[in-house]
Design a protein around this ligand. Structure first.
Ligand code: UD1
Ligand code: MG
Length: 460
């Protein structure tokens, strides 16, 4: 029976994200602070999206446009709707700001907070199932804490059923002693919720309209209020200050690295001092040393070795790649069996093709390095394409900028670029050509030619 009801019932999600977050002591709205490199609000939105809701409604207020931009950087515009809460008058008022979108809907609305980022979609699904199976008008996600300070307390009646939620600031001594807390996550019958919200008053210690008053109003009206008791404290923890933010960053990192070790077969030499985005993917038998940072949606292949001090951001690394100490690889691609570093810098969609090598103090920007080609020492390659099995000598520079515009350098296959060559773009070097040490190349070089000197002259 329960599952039939569940299938028919549409789910809407509402996320409260209008508050400033005074306790952060910040010029930045709380939900824009970053956890694992992403704004808090984006964590909540992507978890909600997994549930396949009809729509996600985000209540915005403080820095609303920035919150909107952050959300839309990861989500389709038609999956999300923004409701503006002009003044932050409390969580009841926050939900009420979405009234025009939601009030007539025969749906279940799942309410989440933008500052509770680690809640898992599996937990939410279970809670929604219980809500539908029980026929409750509201289900509150609760948890028991050793130290419930700061949270709203869930007060049960003598028979163990829900009675009311009391906020910390309104609670008396015996209520404060209750350790079951309101996570701020709820399912509501949408129509009943908006009917009740119209009657919520702000006669409390904070002078706010509390969403937490609604469940007791339901109970009084004879509706069932369910409690979904969860046992993972970490998931429901809210972020109210920077100490909690740092603690959560640590927790999330630990969770990510544990998962990669257990499920993906990745070795971390020093898990506590390794910083891996929860969205990064790894192949098996890759070994990650201490002080490595992997950001964003980076993908690392199998059998790689990443030595200490390297940062990889939104990059794709193939299989069997060796990355030596202190490299920075951003928005770039490294093919199978490549060698990188130490101290190499890849950026702006640099591509290293299979088996190529970039050595110490080499920078690649918007450059394709062909199969088996090498730039081993002290080189800048920008806006260049380099063919296969070409060797770029130490100190080579593509002079790609003339003060106004960027220009391309094209280097063919089996080319030998001598040490300290300046390639003044736009310029082409044909297959099998060579340059002598210290050449300044201002004209195209034909295939097989050797150029030397300044300015370049050609001879067979
Ligand atoms: C709230 C709950 C409390 C619960 C706790 C769990 C109420 C009255 N209290 O308290 O029972 O234990 O969450 O974390 O609901 N917001 C708005 N507009 C507003 C006020 C808040 O959008 O006018 C947003 C905030 O940006 C935040 C969320 O709602 O994302 C929760 O607000 P917050 O002020 O953090 O509530 P808590 O005091 O934590
Ligand atoms: Mg809070």
């Amino acid at each position: 029976m329960g599952s039939e009801v569940k299938e028919e019932q549409a789910i809407d999600v509402l996320i409260m994200a209008a508050g400033l977050g005074t306790r952060m002591r910040s010029g930045l709205a709380k939900v824009l602070h970053r956890l694992s490199g992403r704004p808090l609000i984006n964590h909540v939105c992507s978890t909600a999206a997994v549930l396949g809701p009809e729509k996600i409604y985000v209540v915005i207020g403080h820095q609303g446009d920035d919150v909107k931009t952050a959300v839309l950087s990861e989500m389709d515009a038609d999956a999300v709707e923004f409701a503006l809460q002009k003044e932050q008058l409390g969580t009841g008022d926050a939900v009420n700001s979405a009234r025009s979108f939601l009030e007539g809907r025969g749906s279940t609305v799942l309410i989440l907070s933008g500052d509770v980022p680690l809640i898992r979609h599996e937990t939410l699904s279970e809670m929604i199932s219980q809500h539908h199976d029980s026929g409750a008008a509201c289900t509150v996600l609760t948890v028991r804490l050793d130290n419930p300070t700061g949270y709203g307390r869930v007060i049960r009646s003598d028979d163990g059923n829900f009675d009311r939620i009391v906020e910390q600031k309104d609670a008396n001594e015996s209520e404060l002693a209750v350790n079951e807390i309101n996570s701020g996550i709820y399912c509501f019958d949408t129509k009943k919720l908006f009917a009740a919200l119209a009657n919520v008053k702000n006669n409390n210690a904070q002078g706010e309209y509390y969403l937490t008053d609604v469940p007791a109003m339901f109970r009084e009206a004879g509706d069932t209020v369910g409690l979904y008791v969860h046992d993972d404290r970490a998931e429901i923890e809210g972020i109210n200050d920077r100490v909690q933010l740092a603690e959560m960053e640590r927790m999330l990192r630990e969770r990510t690295i544990d998962r990669l070790m257990r499920e993906s077969g990745v070795t971390f030499i020093d898990p506590q001092n390794t910083y891996i985005s929860e969205r990064a993917k790894f192949g098996r038998d890759t070994v990650v040393y201490s002080n490595v940072t992997v950001e964003g949606t980076s993908e690392i292949g199998s059998g790689c070795v990443i030595r200490p001090g390297t940062r990889i951001s939104n990059a794709k690394i193939g299989d069997g790649v060796e990355i030596l100490d202190n490299c920075l690889i951003v928005d770039s691609e490294v093919g199978n069996a490549c060698k990188v570093g130490p101290m190499a810098h890849l950026r702006g969609h640099a591509v290293m093709t299979e088996g190529s090598k970039v050595g110490n103090f080499v920078e690649l920007k918007k450059t394709v390095l062909g199969k088996g080609s090498k730039a081993s020492h002290l080189t800048y390659l920008g806006d260049a394409t380099i063919g296969e099995k070409t060797n770029i000598g130490a100190g080579t520079i593509t002079c790609n900028y003339d003060g106004k515009n960027k220009h391309q350098t094209e280097i063919g296959n089996n080319v030998r670029i001598g040490s300290d060559t300046m390639l003044v773009a736009p310029v082409k070097v044909g297959d099998g050509a060579s340059t002598g040490a210290g050449s300044v190349v201002t004209k195209d070089i034909e295939p097989g030619d050797l150029v030397v000197g300044v300015p370049a002259r050609t001879r067979k």
